[in-house]
Design a protein around this ligand. Structure first.
Ligand code: MG
Ligand code: MG
Length: 260
């Protein structure tokens, strides 16, 4: 069942997502060689709580962190650790979920650590642009398949591959609600988009093969060929006026390229 939110509920979801956006971008600003993913996680948890929210991932099916931090070949769900330090040339996926006033917000970004190889930089830009293509399909009357197809078409045109083992999702009073939002599929199929729906759209793009393997920690998903992978996510409300990107930080440099 897909839950449509009232305008008042969308406002609350905007609040939750603005905490996500603020903390996400503050974490991004702290990404540097030598910093550990555990330090970034401790910072994020303290800031989420300071802003009145609760980390959404911490304790979710036993996940230990506030952030999912996914380095290089890690696709999603990497576990923060004070032993894992960033090095120049790495890319780091940062995924943050927050609960505030009974509603969830969810967003992710992948950033370079210092200078990265040109092809790795292109992977980041293509993945971010595929999210932008997805958001432009978030119009009443369109279908979920239109979002899926927009991501797949753009990414495959650019010569990269779509991860199929994980998908985007509805979001609201629960972190994961219906519908599922795959990053692949045909246009014109799936549930019809209606005002009040909120979707967490999250393309995961591999430089090489699309296959996924989960490491022995039970969480960290890596590309099967160990080549780099990128992940971007926004929580987007469907409105009569067009897509409302709830997790876009209006004044954030990191997120400004995702504005419409
Ligand atoms: Mg997320
Ligand atoms: Mg999500």
């Amino acid at each position: 069942m897909i839950v449509c939110k009232s305008p008042a509920e969308l406002e609350l979801m905007y609040h939750a997502n603005q905490v996500v956006a603020t903390v996400r971008d503050e974490v991004v600003a702290r990404v540097a060689p030598g910093v550990s993913t555990g330090e970034l996680d401790a910072y994020a948890e303290a800031r989420v709580r300071e802003l009145g929210g609760e980390p959404a991932f911490k304790g979710y099916r036993g996940f230990p962190g506030t952030l999912c931090v996914s380095l290089n070949e890690e696709i999603v769900h990497g576990i923060p650790s004070t032993k894992k330090r960033l090095a120049p040339g790495d890319i780091l996926g940062i995924d943050l979920g927050v609960r505030l006033e009974g509603y969830y917000g969810d967003s992710a970004i992948t950033v370079p650590v210092g200078a990265v190889e040109p092809e790795v930089d292109r992977l980041l830009r293509v993945t971010e642009a595929s999210l932008r293509a997805a958001i432009s399909q978030c119009l009443p009357g369109n279908r979920v398949g239109d979002i899926s197809a927009a991501v797949q078409r753009y990414v495959e045109e650019q010569g990269f591959s779509i991860v199929r083992d994980f998908v985007g999702h509805g979001i609201g009073k629960a972190l994961h609600e219906d519908p599922q939002v795959p990053n692949f599929g045909d246009p014109g199929v799936g549930p019809r988009l209606r005002p009040g729906m909120v979707l967490a759209i999250e393309p995961m793009v591999n430089m090489g093969a699309p296959g996924v393997e989960v490491l022995d920690d039970g969480w960290t998903a890596v590309s099967v060929d160990r080549r780099p992978s990128a992940h971007f996510e926004h929580s987007v409300a469907i409105t009569e006026e067009g897509p409302w990107v709830l997790s876009l930080a209006e004044q954030s440099v990191a997120a400004s390229t995702l504005g419409n």
